[in-house]
Ligand binder design. Structure first.
Ligand SMILES: Cc1cc2nc3c(=O)[nH]c(=O)nc-3n(C[C@H](O)[C@H](O)[C@H](O)COP(=O)(O)O)c2cc1C
Length: 310
Protein backbone atom coordinates (compact mmCIF):
# COMPACT_ATOMS: atom_id res chain seq x y z
CA UNK A 1 0.00 0.00 0.00
CA UNK A 2 1.22 3.52 -0.75
CA UNK A 3 0.33 6.49 1.46
CA UNK A 4 0.35 10.09 0.25
CA UNK A 5 0.20 13.14 2.53
CA UNK A 6 -2.60 15.43 1.31
CA UNK A 7 -1.94 19.09 0.59
CA UNK A 8 -3.49 21.30 3.26
CA UNK A 9 -3.09 25.01 2.73
CA UNK A 10 -2.02 26.75 5.94
CA UNK A 11 -1.20 23.42 7.63
CA UNK A 12 1.22 21.22 5.65
CA UNK A 13 3.72 23.87 4.57
CA UNK A 14 7.47 23.20 4.49
CA UNK A 15 7.94 23.64 8.23
CA UNK A 16 5.32 21.00 8.94
CA UNK A 17 6.63 18.65 6.25
CA UNK A 18 10.20 18.85 7.56
CA UNK A 19 9.15 18.37 11.17
CA UNK A 20 6.91 15.44 10.25
CA UNK A 21 9.34 13.65 7.96
CA UNK A 22 12.20 14.05 10.45
CA UNK A 23 10.21 12.09 13.03
CA UNK A 24 7.75 9.83 11.19
CA UNK A 25 8.20 7.68 8.11
CA UNK A 26 6.07 5.68 5.71
CA UNK A 27 4.90 8.54 3.49
CA UNK A 28 5.44 7.75 -0.18
CA UNK A 29 4.70 11.27 -1.46
CA UNK A 30 3.93 14.64 0.10
CA UNK A 31 1.72 17.02 -1.91
CA UNK A 32 2.38 20.72 -1.39
CA UNK A 33 -0.53 23.13 -0.90
CA UNK A 34 -1.46 24.80 -4.17
CA UNK A 35 0.45 27.45 -6.08
CA UNK A 36 -1.91 29.84 -7.87
CA UNK A 37 -0.04 31.36 -10.85
CA UNK A 38 -1.17 34.76 -12.12
CA UNK A 39 -0.71 36.90 -15.21
CA UNK A 40 2.24 38.66 -13.64
CA UNK A 41 4.09 35.76 -12.04
CA UNK A 42 4.12 31.93 -11.91
CA UNK A 43 4.31 31.97 -8.11
CA UNK A 44 4.55 34.38 -5.21
CA UNK A 45 7.73 34.62 -3.08
CA UNK A 46 5.84 32.82 -0.30
CA UNK A 47 4.81 29.95 -2.60
CA UNK A 48 8.38 29.70 -3.95
CA UNK A 49 9.78 29.52 -0.43
CA UNK A 50 7.41 26.67 0.37
CA UNK A 51 8.43 24.46 -2.53
CA UNK A 52 12.07 25.42 -3.09
CA UNK A 53 14.14 22.20 -2.89
CA UNK A 54 16.44 23.63 -0.24
CA UNK A 55 13.45 23.83 2.11
CA UNK A 56 12.34 20.28 1.25
CA UNK A 57 15.51 18.17 1.50
CA UNK A 58 14.86 14.44 1.61
CA UNK A 59 11.12 14.91 1.08
CA UNK A 60 9.47 13.32 -1.96
CA UNK A 61 7.40 16.38 -2.80
CA UNK A 62 4.84 16.97 -5.54
CA UNK A 63 3.93 20.63 -6.08
CA UNK A 64 0.32 21.45 -6.94
CA UNK A 65 -1.05 24.09 -9.30
CA UNK A 66 -4.46 25.74 -9.12
CA UNK A 67 -5.53 27.60 -12.25
CA UNK A 68 -7.95 27.47 -15.19
CA UNK A 69 -5.43 28.97 -17.64
CA UNK A 70 -3.19 26.49 -19.43
CA UNK A 71 -0.60 29.19 -20.24
CA UNK A 72 -0.32 30.01 -16.54
CA UNK A 73 -0.07 26.32 -15.69
CA UNK A 74 2.73 25.81 -18.22
CA UNK A 75 4.66 28.90 -17.02
CA UNK A 76 4.55 27.59 -13.45
CA UNK A 77 5.34 24.03 -14.58
CA UNK A 78 8.47 25.25 -16.41
CA UNK A 79 9.67 26.96 -13.27
CA UNK A 80 8.95 23.88 -11.15
CA UNK A 81 10.73 21.67 -13.65
CA UNK A 82 13.78 23.93 -13.50
CA UNK A 83 13.78 23.38 -9.72
CA UNK A 84 14.01 19.64 -10.38
CA UNK A 85 10.39 18.52 -9.98
CA UNK A 86 9.29 15.57 -12.14
CA UNK A 87 5.57 15.51 -11.26
CA UNK A 88 3.04 18.28 -10.90
CA UNK A 89 -0.42 17.88 -9.48
CA UNK A 90 -3.40 19.79 -10.88
CA UNK A 91 -6.07 20.93 -8.40
CA UNK A 92 -9.67 20.30 -9.50
CA UNK A 93 -11.08 20.01 -5.99
CA UNK A 94 -10.77 23.27 -4.07
CA UNK A 95 -14.33 24.16 -2.91
CA UNK A 96 -13.59 27.70 -1.67
CA UNK A 97 -16.09 30.34 -2.83
CA UNK A 98 -13.47 32.79 -4.10
CA UNK A 99 -11.57 30.06 -5.97
CA UNK A 100 -14.69 28.52 -7.58
CA UNK A 101 -16.06 31.95 -8.54
CA UNK A 102 -12.97 32.36 -10.74
CA UNK A 103 -13.64 29.00 -12.42
CA UNK A 104 -10.73 27.29 -10.65
CA UNK A 105 -10.55 24.20 -8.42
CA UNK A 106 -13.94 22.46 -8.24
CA UNK A 107 -15.29 25.53 -10.09
CA UNK A 108 -13.56 24.27 -13.25
CA UNK A 109 -15.39 20.90 -13.23
CA UNK A 110 -18.67 22.02 -14.92
CA UNK A 111 -16.77 23.72 -17.77
CA UNK A 112 -16.11 20.41 -19.50
CA UNK A 113 -15.22 21.79 -22.96
CA UNK A 114 -12.79 24.33 -21.50
CA UNK A 115 -11.41 21.60 -19.22
CA UNK A 116 -10.74 19.34 -22.20
CA UNK A 117 -8.91 22.13 -24.03
CA UNK A 118 -6.92 22.87 -20.85
CA UNK A 119 -5.95 19.21 -20.37
CA UNK A 120 -5.03 18.96 -24.03
CA UNK A 121 -2.64 21.92 -23.67
CA UNK A 122 -1.01 20.85 -20.42
CA UNK A 123 -0.71 17.18 -21.45
CA UNK A 124 0.96 18.21 -24.74
CA UNK A 125 3.40 20.17 -22.60
CA UNK A 126 3.83 17.18 -20.30
CA UNK A 127 4.65 14.89 -23.22
CA UNK A 128 7.12 17.29 -24.82
CA UNK A 129 8.87 18.17 -21.53
CA UNK A 130 8.76 14.76 -19.84
CA UNK A 131 7.08 16.04 -16.66
CA UNK A 132 4.27 13.92 -15.23
CA UNK A 133 0.89 15.47 -14.51
CA UNK A 134 -1.42 14.01 -11.89
CA UNK A 135 -4.92 15.31 -11.08
CA UNK A 136 -6.73 15.70 -7.76
CA UNK A 137 -10.47 15.97 -8.30
CA UNK A 138 -13.90 15.96 -6.75
CA UNK A 139 -16.83 14.10 -8.32
CA UNK A 140 -18.40 17.22 -9.70
CA UNK A 141 -19.54 20.71 -8.88
CA UNK A 142 -23.34 20.48 -8.63
CA UNK A 143 -24.03 16.77 -8.84
CA UNK A 144 -22.01 13.57 -8.35
CA UNK A 145 -23.37 12.22 -11.64
CA UNK A 146 -21.05 14.71 -13.39
CA UNK A 147 -18.34 12.21 -12.53
CA UNK A 148 -19.35 9.79 -15.32
CA UNK A 149 -18.41 12.37 -17.98
CA UNK A 150 -15.38 13.53 -16.05
CA UNK A 151 -13.91 10.02 -15.91
CA UNK A 152 -14.31 9.74 -19.70
CA UNK A 153 -12.57 13.09 -20.11
CA UNK A 154 -9.67 12.16 -17.82
CA UNK A 155 -9.31 8.76 -19.51
CA UNK A 156 -8.57 10.50 -22.80
CA UNK A 157 -5.37 12.08 -21.45
CA UNK A 158 -1.97 10.75 -20.30
CA UNK A 159 -2.54 11.65 -16.66
CA UNK A 160 -0.10 9.83 -14.36
CA UNK A 161 -2.44 9.42 -11.36
CA UNK A 162 -5.99 10.42 -10.53
CA UNK A 163 -6.64 11.29 -6.89
CA UNK A 164 -10.37 11.20 -6.22
CA UNK A 165 -11.97 12.92 -3.25
CA UNK A 166 -15.48 11.47 -3.62
CA UNK A 167 -17.50 14.54 -2.74
CA UNK A 168 -19.05 17.38 -4.73
CA UNK A 169 -18.21 21.02 -4.19
CA UNK A 170 -21.14 21.78 -1.85
CA UNK A 171 -20.12 18.87 0.43
CA UNK A 172 -16.94 20.81 1.30
CA UNK A 173 -15.25 18.36 3.71
CA UNK A 174 -18.39 17.35 5.61
CA UNK A 175 -20.47 14.19 5.89
CA UNK A 176 -19.83 10.79 4.41
CA UNK A 177 -17.87 10.40 1.20
CA UNK A 178 -19.83 9.12 -1.80
CA UNK A 179 -18.12 5.75 -2.03
CA UNK A 180 -20.31 4.34 -4.82
CA UNK A 181 -18.69 6.81 -7.22
CA UNK A 182 -15.20 5.73 -6.24
CA UNK A 183 -16.33 2.16 -6.94
CA UNK A 184 -17.36 3.41 -10.40
CA UNK A 185 -13.91 4.93 -10.85
CA UNK A 186 -12.28 1.63 -9.90
CA UNK A 187 -14.20 -0.03 -12.70
CA UNK A 188 -13.84 2.65 -15.36
CA UNK A 189 -10.65 4.60 -14.79
CA UNK A 190 -7.74 3.81 -17.11
CA UNK A 191 -5.56 6.00 -14.89
CA UNK A 192 -4.00 4.67 -11.65
CA UNK A 193 -6.30 5.79 -8.82
CA UNK A 194 -5.71 7.24 -5.37
CA UNK A 195 -8.52 7.34 -2.80
CA UNK A 196 -8.81 10.41 -0.57
CA UNK A 197 -11.31 11.23 2.15
CA UNK A 198 -12.23 10.57 5.77
CA UNK A 199 -9.60 8.00 6.71
CA UNK A 200 -9.01 8.79 10.37
CA UNK A 201 -8.31 5.31 11.78
CA UNK A 202 -7.15 1.85 10.70
CA UNK A 203 -10.80 0.77 11.02
CA UNK A 204 -11.84 3.40 8.47
CA UNK A 205 -9.25 1.96 6.08
CA UNK A 206 -10.35 -1.64 6.74
CA UNK A 207 -13.97 -0.71 6.00
CA UNK A 208 -12.96 0.87 2.70
CA UNK A 209 -10.98 -2.22 1.82
CA UNK A 210 -14.09 -4.34 2.39
CA UNK A 211 -16.20 -1.93 0.31
CA UNK A 212 -13.78 -1.69 -2.62
CA UNK A 213 -11.99 -5.05 -2.46
CA UNK A 214 -8.67 -3.27 -3.12
CA UNK A 215 -7.12 0.05 -2.30
CA UNK A 216 -3.52 0.33 -3.47
CA UNK A 217 -2.89 4.00 -2.80
CA UNK A 218 -4.53 6.34 -0.34
CA UNK A 219 -4.08 10.01 0.44
CA UNK A 220 -4.49 11.12 4.05
CA UNK A 221 -5.16 14.68 5.18
CA UNK A 222 -6.94 15.49 8.41
CA UNK A 223 -6.53 11.92 9.70
CA UNK A 224 -2.75 12.19 9.52
CA UNK A 225 -2.68 15.61 11.15
CA UNK A 226 -5.00 14.40 13.93
CA UNK A 227 -2.98 11.24 14.53
CA UNK A 228 0.53 11.65 13.09
CA UNK A 229 1.15 7.91 13.77
CA UNK A 230 -1.68 6.88 11.43
CA UNK A 231 0.62 6.04 8.49
CA UNK A 232 2.88 3.96 10.80
CA UNK A 233 -0.19 2.08 12.05
CA UNK A 234 -1.64 1.51 8.58
CA UNK A 235 1.68 0.10 7.36
CA UNK A 236 1.90 -2.19 10.38
CA UNK A 237 4.59 -0.34 12.36
CA UNK A 238 2.99 -0.19 15.80
CA UNK A 239 -0.60 0.02 16.91
CA UNK A 240 -0.43 2.80 19.51
CA UNK A 241 0.07 6.53 19.07
CA UNK A 242 3.57 7.14 20.41
CA UNK A 243 3.23 10.24 22.60
CA UNK A 244 7.02 10.68 22.84
CA UNK A 245 7.23 11.01 19.07
CA UNK A 246 4.20 13.27 19.16
CA UNK A 247 5.88 15.51 21.74
CA UNK A 248 8.94 15.75 19.47
CA UNK A 249 6.69 16.76 16.59
CA UNK A 250 4.98 19.35 18.74
CA UNK A 251 8.23 20.80 20.08
CA UNK A 252 9.84 20.94 16.64
CA UNK A 253 6.85 22.75 15.17
CA UNK A 254 6.57 25.14 18.12
CA UNK A 255 10.29 26.04 17.89
CA UNK A 256 10.37 26.33 14.11
CA UNK A 257 7.26 28.52 13.92
CA UNK A 258 8.75 30.81 16.57
CA UNK A 259 11.79 31.31 14.33
CA UNK A 260 9.76 32.55 11.37
CA UNK A 261 6.58 34.06 12.84
CA UNK A 262 5.80 37.05 14.99
CA UNK A 263 4.24 38.35 17.12
CA UNK A 264 3.79 35.48 19.60
CA UNK A 265 0.04 35.35 19.05
CA UNK A 266 0.56 34.30 15.41
CA UNK A 267 2.62 31.32 16.55
CA UNK A 268 -0.14 30.48 18.99
CA UNK A 269 -2.82 30.74 16.27
CA UNK A 270 -0.80 28.24 14.24
CA UNK A 271 -0.39 25.85 17.17
CA UNK A 272 -4.03 26.24 18.20
CA UNK A 273 -5.11 25.28 14.68
CA UNK A 274 -3.04 22.10 14.99
CA UNK A 275 -4.50 21.38 18.41
CA UNK A 276 -8.00 21.57 16.90
CA UNK A 277 -6.93 18.35 15.09
CA UNK A 278 -4.76 16.89 17.86
CA UNK A 279 -7.47 17.16 20.52
CA UNK A 280 -8.84 13.75 19.45
CA UNK A 281 -5.67 12.19 20.93
CA UNK A 282 -6.54 13.52 24.39
CA UNK A 283 -9.82 11.96 25.43
CA UNK A 284 -10.91 13.03 28.90
CA UNK A 285 -8.75 16.21 28.77
CA UNK A 286 -11.44 18.41 27.27
CA UNK A 287 -11.06 21.18 29.88
CA UNK A 288 -7.31 21.50 29.23
CA UNK A 289 -7.87 21.45 25.49
CA UNK A 290 -10.52 24.16 25.74
CA UNK A 291 -8.07 26.41 27.62
CA UNK A 292 -5.30 25.54 25.18
CA UNK A 293 -7.41 26.57 22.23
CA UNK A 294 -7.81 30.02 23.83
CA UNK A 295 -4.21 30.53 25.05
CA UNK A 296 -2.91 34.02 24.27
CA UNK A 297 0.51 33.83 25.95
CA UNK A 298 3.36 31.34 25.58
CA UNK A 299 3.47 30.78 29.36
CA UNK A 300 -0.21 29.74 29.53
CA UNK A 301 0.15 27.60 26.41
CA UNK A 302 3.28 25.81 27.64
CA UNK A 303 1.82 25.25 31.07
CA UNK A 304 -1.07 23.25 29.58
CA UNK A 305 0.89 21.52 26.81
CA UNK A 306 3.59 20.21 29.11
CA UNK A 307 0.95 18.94 31.52
CA UNK A 308 -0.67 17.01 28.66
CA UNK A 309 2.70 15.88 27.30
CA UNK A 310 5.04 15.40 30.27
C1 LIG B 1 -7.39 23.32 5.85
C2 LIG B 1 -7.40 22.54 4.56
C3 LIG B 1 -6.60 22.98 3.51
C4 LIG B 1 -6.59 22.26 2.29
N1 LIG B 1 -5.77 22.69 1.27
C5 LIG B 1 -5.75 21.97 0.08
C6 LIG B 1 -4.88 22.34 -1.00
O1 LIG B 1 -4.09 23.28 -0.94
N2 LIG B 1 -4.94 21.58 -2.13
C7 LIG B 1 -5.78 20.50 -2.25
O2 LIG B 1 -5.79 19.83 -3.28
N3 LIG B 1 -6.58 20.13 -1.24
C8 LIG B 1 -6.58 20.83 -0.09
N4 LIG B 1 -7.38 20.41 0.94
C9 LIG B 1 -8.12 19.14 0.81
C10 LIG B 1 -7.28 17.98 1.35
O3 LIG B 1 -6.12 17.79 0.57
C11 LIG B 1 -8.11 16.66 1.33
O4 LIG B 1 -8.54 16.42 0.02
C12 LIG B 1 -9.34 16.77 2.24
O5 LIG B 1 -8.98 17.23 3.53
C13 LIG B 1 -10.03 15.40 2.37
O6 LIG B 1 -9.13 14.42 2.86
P1 LIG B 1 -9.13 13.98 4.43
O7 LIG B 1 -10.52 13.55 4.76
O8 LIG B 1 -8.10 12.87 4.49
O9 LIG B 1 -8.74 15.20 5.21
C14 LIG B 1 -7.42 21.10 2.14
C15 LIG B 1 -8.23 20.70 3.20
C16 LIG B 1 -8.23 21.39 4.40
C17 LIG B 1 -9.12 20.91 5.53
Amino acid sequence: MKIYFAPMEGVTGYIFRNAYSGIYGHIDKFFAPFIAPSESSPMTPRERKDITPENNKGINLVPQILTCRSDHFIDAAKELQSMGYREINFNLGCPSGTVCAKGKGAGFLPETSALQRFLDDICSYSESSGIKISVKTRLGYYDPEEFYDLIDIFNAFPISELIVHPRIRSDFYKGDTRKEYYAYALEHSKIPLVYNGNIFTCEDYDELLITFGKLDTIMLGRGLISDPSLADKLKGFGSETDLKKFRRLHDTLYNEYQKVMSPDINVLYKMRELWSYWQTLFDGKERDIKRLLKAKKYADYEDIVYRLLP
